[in-house]
Design a protein around this ligand. Structure first.
Ligand SMILES: O=C(O)CCC(=O)C(=O)O
Ligand SMILES: [Fe+2]
Length: 336
C-alpha cells in the first residue's frame, strides 16, 4: 500500500529516491518571485466594473484572487485548522480512507496516481464530493469531531460563491442567463491537500504542472506560499493574501468560451521549514453532459476550436494525459 508522505517524512530525513524528479523537471534553485500583477478582485467593489474585471483576469491570467467575497474569515481559518487536525492524526486513522472501492467516495490519496506514476509527488490529499451535501456527508471523516460540521458549512458557502462567479462569467461572455446552471455545475468536489515539510524542495514537486479539469476552482491557500502559475512561460508565485480565494479557470470553461477564457498551468513547490495545507473546491459537470463551445460564441469568422464530447469522456483521459505531459485538450481540438 502507498505510504502517506506525511507519516513517512517524520522518520525520513532525506528525500526518498522515488520522489526525486529528473533534473529537467525539478524546481531546482529557481527563484520565483510573487506576482504583483495577478488581479485582485473585490467582489464588493464597483458592480459595473466587476464583470469586465473577471473576464479580463480570466483571459490574461486564468487566475485571480477574490476579496470581500462574503465567506467569513473565521470559517476560512477554521476549515484549515480542521484539515490540519485531520492530517496530524495517526497513520491508521487516515489509512481507513485509502480505498479502490467506487462506493467509497471519500478517499485519501498520496501523490497523484501512486501505483502507475514513475515519480511520486510530495502531497497527501483527502478528496470527497460535497454536493448535494446530505448525499455525501455521511462518508466524511468523523475524526476530527468538527470535520463534518465545518466542512459542511464551508462547502455550501463556497459552492454558492462559485455559482455567483459563474453567473458573472456568463454575463461577461453574453451567454443566456443560467448557462452554467443545471448539469454543467451538477457537482462539487473538495481536495484537502497537505504538503509536508520537505528536506530538499529543489528535488521534488508537491503537484506537477497541470490545469484543472472542471469548470472553476476556488482555493483557500492559507498563509503558506507554494502555488506557482506559468505566465508568459515564467513561473510566478501566487502570494497568499489574507482571507482571499484564489480562483482559477478550468478546462471546461476554456472550451465553452471557445478559448476566450484560459485555464493556466500551475504547480506546487513544498517548503523546507513549514507544512502547507490548502483546500481546493471544484465545480464539476455531470459525466453525461455534453460540453462544447457555446453556440452563441461561434460563427463563420470564429469557428469552434473544440469538438463536442461528454464530460465523462474528457475526465477518462485527463489524468493519464496530464501525467504523461500531454495537453489533455489536444484530443478534443478541431484542427483547421
Ligand atoms: O494546493 C495548491 O496550492 C493548489 C492545488 C491544486 O492545484 C489542485 O488541487 O488542483
Ligand atoms: Fe490545480
Amino acid at each position: 500500500m502507498a505510504q502517506l508522505i506525511s507519516n513517512m517524512c517524520s522518520i525520513q530525513p532525506v528525500v526518498p529516491e522515488s520522489y526525486i524528479l529528473p533534473p529537467e523537471r525539478r524546481p531546482g534553485q529557481l527563484v520565483v518571485h510573487p506576482c504583483k500583477t495577478i488581479p485582485v478582485i473585490d467582489l464588493d467593489g464597483d458592480q459595473n466594473e466587476l464583470v469586465q474585471e473577471i473576464i479580463k483576469a480570466s483571459q490574461e491570467y486564468g487566475f485571480f484572487q477574490l476579496i470581500n467575497h462574503g465567506v467569513s474569515e473565521e470559517l476560512m481559518k477554521d476549515v484549515l485548522v480542521v484539515a490540519k487536525e485531520f492530517f496530524d492524526l495517526p497513520a491508521e486513522e487516515k489509512q481507513r480512507f485509502f480505498s479502490e472501492d467506487p462506493k467509497q467516495t471519500c478517499r485519501m490519496k498520496t501523490s497523484i496516481d501512486f501505483a502507475r506514476e514513475k515519480v511520486h509527488f510530495w502531497r497527501d490529499s483527502l478528496r470527497h464530493p460535497c454536493h448535494p451535501l446530505e448525499e455525501h456527508i455521511q462518508q466524511w471523516p468523523e475524526n476530527p469531531a468538527r470535520y463534518r460540521e465545518v466542512f459542511g458549512q464551508y462547502s455550501v458557502e463556497v459552492r454558492n460563491l462559485s455559482l455567483r462567479i459563474l453567473d458573472l462569467v456568463c454575463e461577461g461572455l453574453v451567454l443566456e442567463p443560467g448557462y452554467f446552471g443545471g448539469e454543467l455545475s451538477w457537482g462539487q468536489k473538495m481536495s484537502v491537500n497537505h504538503y509536508p515539510r520537505c528536506p530538499d524542495p529543489t528535488l521534488v514537486l508537491g503537484l506537477p504542472k497541470h490545469r484543472d479539469a472542471y469548470l472553476i476552482t476556488l482555493l483557500n491557500q492559507g498563509d503558506v506560499p507554494g502555488l506557482q502559475v506559468l505566465k508568459d512561460e515564467q513561473w510566478v508565485a501566487v502570494e497568499p493574501l489574507p482571507h482571499a480565494f484564489v480562483v482559477n479557470i478550468n478546462h471546461m470553461l476554456q472550451i465553452i468560451s471557445n478559448g476566450k477564457l484560459k485555464s493556466a498551468d500551475h504547480r506546487v513547490v513544498p517548503s523546507s521549514n513549514v507544512a502547507r495545507t490548502t483546500i481546493a473546491s471544484f465545480i464539476r459537470p455531470s459525466s453525461d453532459v455534453v460540453v462544447q463551445p457555446a453556440t452563441s460564441l461561434v460563427s463563420e469568422s470564429n469557428p469552434p476550436l473544440y469538438k463536442s464530447f461528454t464530460f465523462g469522456d474528457f475526465i477518462g483521459s485527463y489524468m493519464k494525459d496530464t501525467l504523461e505531459g500531454i495537453d489533455p485538450l489536444e484530443r478534443f481540438m478541431i484542427r483547421p
